[in-house]
Design a protein around this ligand. Structure first.
Ligand SMILES: [Zn+2]
Length: 463
C-alpha cells in the first residue's frame, strides 16, 4: 500500500512539475475515460486494489510517521565564497537553492526546516558547529547544499553527485545517508542533470572513528555521524561547466527547480523509510582535553560505562572518554586506542590478548575460541606460546598462533604426541591404531628397544 501511494505521489509531483500548478492535479488524477475498461482493470489488478476504489482513498497522499525536522546547510558563507565562475558564486547560489528547498519542504504538513545560515554575509560556521546546530534543533536529516567545480576554468564534467557517510562505526548513518542521497539524486536526474552517483569519501590521513575504522573525509558526513544524524552533501551541478550553468544556475526558476527537486527527494526518503525518523539519544562532544558524551537530557556519563552506538565506552571521573587498558573491579579491559571496548582477540604491542565476548574482561588461563584452546598467562593476560606445565602435565602452545597442540608435533629435532585434551604423552600410548613410547621428556622413542619391544624408525612398535 505504501509503495502504491508513493508511486501515485511521484506521478502527482511529476505532473506538478509539468503543469506547474498542484491545483490542477485532482482534476487530472480523477479524470475518467483516459484508458479502456480492460486497461483500468488490469492496472487495478497489478496494484491489487479493488476496481472501484472509494474516492477518498484515491486522494490519499503519503503521510509522515511523525513530524520531522530537516536542517539545510547552504555551503560556504561570508568571505568563503566557495567555487566561483564570473558572476556565479557558489555561496550565493547555494543559499538561493536552500531557500527554495525550504519553501517547498514547508508545503508538507509536519515538516520544520532550519538553515545553518540565512544570508550571504554571515561568516560560515565550522562544520562541527553546523552539525551541533542541527542536533540542537532535533534534526532527522542534515543536507548540505553545494555546487561542484573542477580545478580548471572550464570543464566538460557535469551533473550531480551526493556524498553520504561511509558505513564505519555507525553503519545505520551510512545506510540512511545512502537512501537519502539516492532519493535526492533521482529527483535531480529528473531535471536532466546527469546522475554521477552516491559517493563515499574516506579520510585519507588515517583519521578513524572510536572503533578504529576509517573516518569520513567530509565534515558534514563525519560530525553528523557522531550526533546520530544522517548528514549528506549535495553537489548539484558544475559551476565551471557552461552547459550546467546555462541550464541550471542562470535564473531563479532554474535554482528553484533544484531546490524543489531536493525537497521532493527529501520527502520521498521519509515516506519510503520507516527508520528515517531519528531518535536522538545523545551526542559526542570534544575539547582539547578529550571526548565526552552528552545525553539527550543534557547529563553525561562519568566514572562509568555507557553503551553508545552499539559499543561500550568508559568515562573517567571528569567525564572524559578513556582509551587503552583500564582496570575496574579487579578486571582488565581494553578500550582500544580510540575508546570503544574491544572484545575477542586483540594484539597490543607484541602480545595477543583475549577480551571475553560480552563483557570485555581480559581472559586468563585456558580459553576456547572457535573450537581451539589457548592459554592466557595469569597476571598479564599475554597469550602463551611454547611449553606450558600445569601440575605434572605438559602442554604445548604452537608458536605463531597459540593453538594448543593436539596429536603429533615435531618440536626441535624430536617428535611429541599430545592427547585430545592437549596433554603430552609419556610412556606407552596408542595413536592411530599403533603403539608408541615417549620418554619422560616427551620425546618419542624410535629405532630402539623399550621394555623388550622393538620400535621402528617412525616410532611405532614392530610386533
Ligand atoms: Zn562547496
Amino acid at each position: 500500500m505504501k509503495r502504491q501511494l508513493k508511486s501515485f505521489f511521484v506521478v502527482l509531483v511529476t505532473l506538478g512539475l509539468i503543469c506547474g500548478s498542484l491545483q490542477s492535479l485532482p482534476v487530472y488524477a480523477g479524470e475518467p475515460g483516459t484508458q479502456s475498461q480492460d486497461e483500468a482493470e488490469q492496472a487495478a489488478e497489478q496494484q491489487e486494489l479493488p476496481v472501484e476504489q472509494p474516492a477518498e482513498q484515491q486522494d490519499d497522499t503519503p503521510r509522515l510517521a511523525r513530524d520531522i525536522v530537516v536542517v539545510l546547510d547552504p555551503g560556504h558563507g561570508g568571505s568563503d565564497t566557495g567555487a566561483t565562475r564570473g558572476s556565479y558564486v557558489e555561496r550565493d547560489l547555494a543559499l538561493s537553492i536552500a531557500y527554495y528547498c525550504k519553501e517547498e519542504l514547508e508545503k508538507y504538513p509536519g515538516v520544520t526546516v532550519y538553515m545553518t545560515r540565512w544570508d550571504n554575509t554571515s561568516p560560515c560556521m565550522g562544520r562541527d558547529d553546523r552539525v551541533e546546530y542541527a542536533w540542537n534543533k532535533g534534526a532527522d536529516l542534515l543536507v548540505s547544499l553545494h555546487l561542484n567545480a573542477t580545478g580548471s576554468a572550464s570543464t566538460t564534467v557535469s551533473g550531480s553527485e551526493v556524498y553520504y557517510p561511509n558505513y564505519n562505526y555507525n553503519s545505520m548513518m551510512g545506510s540512511l545517508g545512502y537512501r537519502a542521497s539516492s532519493s535526492i539524486l533521482t529527483q535531480l536526474g529528473g531535471l536532466g542533470l546527469s546522475n554521477n552517483g552516491c559517493k563515499i569519501r574516506n579520510s585519507a590521513d588515517g583519521s578513524v572513528y572510536f572503533n578504529g575504522t576509517i573516518s569520513d573525509y567530509l565534515g558534514i558526513n563525519y560530525w553528523s555521524k557522531l550526533k546520530g544524524i544522517p548528514g549528506v552533501l549535495v553537489e548539484h551541478a558544475y559551476i565551471n561547466n557552461a552547459d550546467d550553468r546555462a541550464k541550471y544556475l542562470s535564473t531563479q526558476e532554474q535554482l528553484k527547480a533544484l531546490g524543489v527537486a531536493d525537497a521532493t527527494g527529501i520527502m520521498n526518503y521519509f515516506y519510503d523509510n520507516s527508520d528515517a525518523y531519528i531518535v536522538h539519544t545523545g551526542s559526542w562532544e570534544h575539547n582539547s582535553a578529550g571526548w565526552w558524551y552528552q545525553r539527550q537530557d543534557m547529563t553525561y556519563p562519568w566514572g562509568q560505562w555507557e553503551s553508545i552506538d552499539g559499543y561500550w565506552f568508559y568515562f573517567d571521573g571528569r567525564g572524559y572518554l578513556c582509551t587503552g587498558w583500564k582496570q575496574l573491579n579487579d578486571k582488565w579491559y581494553y578500550l582500544g586506542n580510540h575508546g570503544a571496548m574491544i572484545e575477542g582477540w586483540h594484539r597490543v604491542g607484541a602480545n595477543w590478548y583475549y577480551l571475553t565476548w560480552g563483557d570485555g574482561a581480559m581472559a586468563t588461563g585456558w580459553v576456547n575460541s572457535d573450537g581451539k584452546w589457548y592459554y592466557l598467562t595469569p597476571g598479564n593476560g599475554n597469550m602463551k606460546t611454547g611449553w606450558l606445565k600445569e601440575g605434572n602435565l605438559w602442554y604445548y602452545l604452537l608458536p605463531g598462533n597459540g593453538d594448543m597442540a593436539v596429536g603429533w608435533h615435531r618440536i626441535g629435532s624430536k617428535w611429541y604426541h599430545f592427547d585430545t585434551s592437549g596433554v603430552m604423552n609419556t610412556g606407552w600410548y596408542e595413536a592411530d591404531g599403533k603403539w608408541y613410547y615417549s620418554y619422560a621428556s616427551g620425546a618419542m622413542a624410535a629405532n630402539t628397544w623399550v621394555d623388550g619391544y622393538r620400535l621402528g624408525a617412525d616410532g611405532a612398535w614392530l610386533p
